[in-house]
Design a binder for this molecule. Structure first.
Ligand SMILES: Nc1ncnc2c1ncn2[C@@H]1O[C@H](COP(=O)(O)OP(=O)(O)OP(=O)(O)O)[C@@H](O)[C@H]1O
Ligand SMILES: [Mg+2]
Length: 451
C-alpha cells in the first residue's frame, strides 16, 4: 500500500506544448516520498525534461500548453500554484545550466537565491558550504559563464543546494562530468537522500546511480521509427583538399585566467583524435581555438601553414565542421530544416542528397519544421552534429558529441565516426569516456597538452 504522505503525487499527468498536435508527455503516474531517489529514463524526446518542468511548477506558467491529470508537489497543485511558491522548496537544475546563470561571479550567483529567500545572515557560510559540496570553492570569484560545461552544471547545482530544497530535480546531471565529478555528485546525491531530500533525476547513464535508486520511471514518447543506418552518399563528396593541420607555438589560452599555457604542438590531420581531460582542463578551449574561434592570448597558432588570425572564419566553415558543447548557443534559424541547411548555403556547398542523408541519419525528418529551441536536449545535439556536417567539410571538431544522447544515438555517433573516417574525413572529438573509435589520443592536464 502506498504511503499517504507522498511529497509528489502524479495521477495521469501529461503535457502538450502549445501549437503541437501530440502530447510531449503521455499519461504519467508517480508517488514519491522524502528520502527517495526516482530515476527517469527514456529515449531522447520521451518527455523527461517536460515532466521535470511540470514538477517544478513551470507548466503552463512558463511553457504554454495544455496540462492533463493531477499533480501535487509538496502540497501545492503544480499546475495552478504560483511558480514563486516552488522557490526554495523544489529546485530544478536544467539540462542547459548555462541559460540559468546571470550574476558576475559564482559567489553572487549562489548568494542571489539566498538573498531572495530573505536571508540576511550566514550568506557567506551557506555559499561556501554549497560551493564546497560540488568542489568549486576555487572558482567562487569566477563568472559561471567562463567555467567549463561540467563545472557550470555543478555551479547551478550549488545555487540550488544552498537553498536546501526538500525536492531536488536534476536533468541529466552526469552528462559532461568527468569521473571525479561524477563520483562527487553521486556522493552528494546519497547525502541529500539520507537527509530526507526527495530526488528525481533524469539520466541516460544507468549504472552510476543504481545503488541509491528506489524506483525507475520509464517514459515512452510517441512511437518514432528509428532511422536505419544508410551508407554515405559517396557521389556527394567533394574532392578532398590537402590539409596539413595545426601548429601551435608558445600559446596561452583562457578567459579570466590562463587555462592552457605555453602550448606547443604539431597536430597533423589524422583520421581520428580523441581529446580527454578532467572538467576545466581546457578541452572546449582547445577545440574552439582549433576552429579559429578563440585566438591565443599569447603565441601563434597556424592552420595549414597560415596564422589562424589571418584566415576568415567563414571560409574555414567549408573545411572544418564544429559542434560545440552548448547546443543552444549555435542555433539561429527558425526551423530545424533551415538550421541544418544554413552552413551548406552560406559556404556555397549545398547538396540535396547529402542533406537528405544527414537528416535521415540523425532522425531529423519528423522534426524538420520545428523551431530548434523547442527540441529536447538530445534532439538539439543531433541537429548540431548533423549541421556540423552539412557543408561536407573535411575536418570535424566535436565537443562531447554523445552527451545527452540516448543509447541508440550514442551508437549512431560511433558508427558515424567510423564511417566518416573510412571516407577521408578527420574527426577530432573530446569525451570523458574513451569508447569513441578514434585512434590517436591527446590528454589535457594542469594546463598542458600531452600528445
Ligand atoms: N519548449 C518546447 N516547445 C515545444 N516542444 C518541446 C519543447 N521542449 C521539448 N519539446 C518536445 O517535447 C518532446 C519531449 O521533450 P523533452 O525535452 O521532455 O524530452 P527528454 O526526454 O527530456 O529528451 P532528452 O533525453 O533528449 O533530453 C520532444 O518531442 C521535444 O521536441
Ligand atoms: Mg531532457
Amino acid at each position: 500500500m502506498k504511503s499517504s504522505c507522498a511529497m509528489i503525487r502524479a495521477i495521469g499527468v501529461g503535457f502538450q506544448y502549445a501549437g503541437y498536435e501530440i502530447p510531449s508527455l503521455g499519461s504519467t503516474e508517480l508517488e514519491a516520498r522524502e528520502g527517495q531517489l526516482i530515476v527517469l529514463q527514456g529515449e531522447n524526446g520521451s518527455g523527461k525534461s517536460t515532466f521535470l518542468r511540470c514538477l517544478a511548477g513551470l507548466m503552463p506558467q512558463f511553457y504554454q500548453g495544455t496540462t492533463h491529470g493531477e499533480l501535487t508537489v509538496d502540497g501545492l497543485d503544480a499546475f495552478a500554484a504560483d511558480p514563486h511558491e516552488f522557490f526554495g522548496r523544489c529546485a530544478l537544475v536544467s539540462q542547459e545550466p548555462r541559460s540559468q546563470a546571470f550574476c558576475p561571479n559564482l559567489f553572487e550567483e549562489i548568494a542571489f537565491g539566498l538573498r531572495n529567500l530573505g536571508l540576511k545572515e550566514n550568506i557567506s557560510f551557506r555559499v561556501e558550504e554549497a560551493a564546497e559540496a560540488v568542489g568549486l570553492t576555487p572558482f567562487l570569484g569566477h563568472s559561471v559563464r567562463t567555467l567549463s560545461g561540467g563545472q557550470q552544471k555543478l555551479a547551478l547545482l550549488a545555487c540550488h543546494l544552498a537553498l536546501r530544497p526538500k525536492i531536488l530535480l536534476l536533468d541529466e546531471p552526469l552528462a559532461n562530468l568527468d569521473e571525479d565529478s561524477q563520483r562527487r555528485l553521486i556522493q552528494l546525491i546519497a547525502r541529500e537522500k539520507s537527509q530526507g531530500t526527495l530526488l528525481i533525476v533524469s539520466e541516460h547513464q544507468r549504472g552510476p546511480l543504481s545503488a541509491y535508486t528506489d524506483e525507475v520511471l520509464t517514459l515512452k514518447g510517441p512511437a518514432v521509427q528509428l532511422p536505419t543506418e544508410q551508407p554515405l552518399p559517396l557521389a556527394s563528396l567533394p574532392p578532398r583538399l590537402a590539409i596539413t593541420g595545426w601548429l601551435a607555438k608558445d600559446c596561452d589560452w583562457g578567459h579570466q585566467s590562463v587555462v592552457l599555457s605555453d602550448i606547443n604542438f604539431h597536430l597533423p590531420t589524422h583520421p581520428g583524435l580523441l581529446i580527454t581531460g578532467a572538467n576545466g582542463s581546457g578541452k572546449t578551449t582547445l577545440l574552439k581555438a582549433l576552429r579559429g574561434l578563440l585566438p591565443p592570448r599569447r603565441g601563434r597558432l597556424d592552420f595549414n601553414g597560415v596564422p589562424l588570425k589571418k584566415q576568415k572564419i567563414s571560409q574555414m566553415a567549408s573545411v572544418i565542421g564544429y559542434a560545440g558543447q552548448h547546443s543552444d548557443q549555435h542555433f539561429f534559424c527558425l526551423t530545424v530544416k533551415e538550421e541544418l541547411e544554413a552552413s551548406a548555403h552560406l559556404c556555397g556547398r549545398y547538396d540535396a542528397n547529402w542533406l537528405e542523408w544527414l537528416s535521415q541519419q540523425w532522425g531529423l525528418n519528423s522534426l524538420a519544421e520545428r523551431p530548434p529551441y523547442h527540441l529536447s536536449g538530445g534532439e538539439k545535439r543531433r541537429l548540431l552534429l548533423a549541421a556540423s556536417l552539412a557543408a561536407r567539410p573535411e575536418l570535424l571538431l566535436w565537443d562531447e558529441p554523445t552527451a545527452g544522447l540516448d543509447s541508440v544515438y550514442q551508437n549512431r555517433v560511433k558508427a558515424m565516426i567510423s564511417q566518416l573516417q573510412a571516407h577521408g574525413f578527420s574527426v577530432i572529438a573530446s569525451e570523458h569516456h574513451e569508447n569513441l573509435p578514434l585512434e590517436r589520443r591527446m590528454h589535457l592536464k594542469q594546463g598542458q597538452v600531452f600528445v
